[in-house]
Design a binder for this molecule. Structure first.
Ligand SMILES: Cc1ncc(C[n+]2csc(CCOP(=O)(O)OP(=O)(O)O)c2C)c(N)n1
Ligand SMILES: [Mg+2]
Length: 346
């Protein structure tokens, strides 16, 4: 199994992708990069209480999303899946509103988008994905679930139970692990026993593949094959995308306290997925500099538009705190609501 060091040669592979698809993936990656930069700035300005950067993981995320079919499949994201949401077609002002903590989750429609609510429980989306996938099989549908999780989540009991359940029932799931080397301050060596998440698939009776997560083409191929397998009724696959979290864990974290930032700098410089994709498109003759510059400008404009939308989205009525808790409100909740209303009126 490849490791972070041996995974890639610092290049992206696009020859097996149609030129249009490869250019679209680049556009999504560039938009996600710009939106990520805007989001960090919004946190600094106090618009977002906190934000979790996607920087460096754009290839893995965009490739996984574009390998799926948003009309049939369903994505179960963690808190770090902004580029998956973007490339999957989720309404992005509503998605980013989650970080403004405006409502119970984001303002986008999770059911219509076929993209679940941001899930901050480490490992949490994985059993949800398996449950959905078993249901999809029982109703005779052809949808596939994408279960997103990190290297840290791979050591949660929930994830192992979910993988075993999916293996036993042949559930149509792509277990998509973005191994970004860090689980907050804990590196792989201290928590992925055996050194490989992909290798664990064998114990659950499913194929496991590790790919260079900064090579959008490689991730696209792995997730496409896994999704096709699931759709044919041949069961789940585990795909481990080896990548690197170049930013701190979140805007509340100071990664210089626990890691050598020179390592992050090397990934930024030599294995930046957006740069690798740009170079690959030029080398394959899929796009010229001028066309890519135009895409860059359009991506920037879209990111700014989303930023403006989320910054100016109106605050919802605070009384909505009490709706959707129970179908029929309880006496206790009604009491809390009365107290809240009296305090607001003061
Ligand atoms: C069940 C649970 N345990 C602990 C935490 C605190 N926590 C938040 S993020 C994180 C690290 C997760 O690492 P990983 O799965 O590799 O995802 P990454 O943040 O690297 O994308 C931890 C321990 C949590 N949110 N949920
Ligand atoms: Mg991680």
């Amino acid at each position: 199994m490849p490791t972070h060091e041996s995974a890639g040669q610092g290049s992206a592979t696009v020859d097996h992708l149609a030129p249009d698809l490869a250019r679209t993936m680049y556009r999504h990656m560039r938009t996600a990069r710009d939106l990520d930069t805007e989001a960090v700035a919004l946190q600094r300005q106090g618009v977002f209480p906190a934000y979790v950067s996607v920087r460096g993981q754009e290839a893995a995320q965009v490739a996984a999303a574009t390998a799926l079919d948003p009309s049939r499949d369903f994505v179960f994201p963690t808190y770090r899946e902004m580029a998956v949401a973007l490339a999957y077609g989720v309404e992005m002002v509503g998605y980013m509103a989650t970080h403004r903590a405006l409502w119970h989750g984001g303002l986008y429609d999770a059911m219509e988008s076929r993209f679940g609510a941001i899930n901050a429980v480490v490992g949490g989306p994985v059993p949800h994905a398996v449950g959905w996938a078993v249901g999809e099989r029982l109703r005779g549908g052809e949808g596939v679930a994408l279960a997103c999780f990190g290297d840290g989540a791979s050591s949660e009991g929930d994830v192992h139970e979910a993988m075993n359940f999916a293996g036993v029932y042949g559930a149509p799931v792509v277990f998509f692990c973005q191994n970004n080397r860090w689980a907050l301050s804990v590196p792989n060596e201290r928590q992925v026993a055996g050194g490989s998440v992909a290798a664990r698939a064998a114990g659950y009776g499913m194929p496991g593949v590790a790919v260079d997560g900064n090579d959008a083409g490689a991730v696209h191929r792995a997730v496409s094959e896994a999704a096709e397998r699931a759709r044919r009724g041949e069961g789940p696959t585990l795909v481990e995308a080896l990548t690197y979290r170049v930013e701190p864990h979140s805007t509340s974290d100071d990664s210089a306290r626990y890691r050598d930032e020179a390592e992050a700098e090397r990934w930024r410089r030599h294995r930046d997925p957006v740069d690798l994709m740009r170079r690959a498109l030029i080398e394959a003759g899929y796009a010229g500099e001028a066309e890519l510059d135009r895409i860059d400008a359009e991506a920037r404009a879209r990111a700014e538009e989303i930023r403006d939308g989320v910054s100016t989205a109106p605050e919802p009525d605070g009384s909505e705190l009490f709706t959707h808790v129970y179908r029929e409100t309880t006496q206790e909740l009604a009491r809390q609501r009365r107290i809240w209303q009296e305090e607001v009126r003061l």
